[in-house]
Write a protein that binds this ligand. Structure first.
Ligand code: GPP
Ligand code: MG
Length: 284
């Protein structure tokens, strides 16, 4: 990897604030779930939960709910990886905003290829690299303190790129310009994101509360497609996962690790002002 010597990783006060949030973050909703099997996620879940976990007697109930939430988060990452297309062990993949590394570890386990993760949180880089060492995959899965807007990797070096709930921290036109540079012709980009609904007009109160909670800036749905088109990224698949993620939030609201952001998510999804989308696009 060639790292730019001129541009610092954290370019703006906003990016410094985001990095600080993630450097400090120790939420049980992420750490307790990660401890279930050592896959640490920073995204939400999809699919129906087993209602029997809520009937688990005594002290085992809280753990049963945590295990079930973790299963749904892992299902979400599997669904994302399903959309990367045919990836061989000789390919290389980029995880844009790699968090504690869960999706990258899963991608390597599935495809056997090299995976590079980038994040602007040094604590996340250290945590994720430590996970790769523990798994003995650190020769193939590496995490870098790097800005996905300016990753420093060579042009056309990545067969596939994904962002798992990270695009709300950046300008989409800048991001997709960088991804278009990194992908060869026919390379695939997969995005899972929450986006606001242009049809219902401006940002709803619930969406504003989500932005405030994570110091992010949720984009309208239309911005994704404008920014993809402007950068030669042609959608092949768009899946509305909104109804598939609602059960996760219902279960999370009943869990011992709820953070308080559950009601805004449920409100925004139910009132139609917010969607949970997967978008897969090919570079042409
Ligand atoms: C965090 O996942 C995800 C984001 C900050 C992006 C916001 C996502 C949207 C769809 C709007 P996390 O697992 O770190 O969050 P939490 O700690 O709440 O589980
Ligand atoms: Mg989480």
């Amino acid at each position: 990897m060639t790292t730019s010597t001129t541009t610092p990783v954290l370019r703006t006060d906003y990016q410094k604030a985001v990095a600080e949030y993630w450097n400090r973050e120790r939420n049980p909703v992420n750490l307790r779930l990660g401890e279930v099997d050592g896959l640490y996620h920073h995204h939400y879940g999809i699919g129906d939960y087993d209602p029997r976990v809520l009937e688990t007697p005594g002290e085992a109930r809280a753990d049963a709910i945590i295990e079930e939430m973790h299963r749904l988060e892992t299902a979400q990452a599997d669904f994302l990886l399903d959309h990367l297309g045919d990836i061989t062990p000789h390919d290389r993949l980029l995880d844009g905003g790699s968090g504690r590394g869960g999706t990258s570890v899963m991608a390597h386990a599935r495809f056997g290829c090299e995976v590079d993760g980038v994040t602007i949180s040094e604590a996340q880089v250290d945590f994720a690299n430590d996970q790769a060492v523990r798994r003995g995959i650190d020769d193939k899965v590496r995490f870098h303190f790097s800005n996905m807007l300016d990753s420093g990797f060579d042009a056309e070096s990545m067969r596939g790129i994904w962002t798992n709930e990270t695009t709300m921290y950046v300008d989409l036109f800048e991001l997709f310009a960088e991804f278009a540079r990194l992908l060869p012709h026919g390379g695939r980009y997969v995005c899972i994101t929450g986006c606001s609904n242009d049809v219902t007009g401006g940002r709803s109160k619930a969406v504003s509360r989500i932005d405030e909670h994570y110091t992010c800036n949720i984009h309208p749905r239309s911005h994704y497609f404008k920014a993809l088109a402007a950068n030669n990224l042609v959608p092949i698949n768009v899946v509305d996962l909104t109804s598939a993620t609602i059960p996760y939030w219902e279960l999370r609201a009943k869990s011992s690790v709820a953070t308080g952001i559950e009601d805004p998510f449920l409100t925004a999804y139910r009132d139609g002002s917010f969607h949970y989308l997967l978008i897969a696009a090919d570079k042409v």
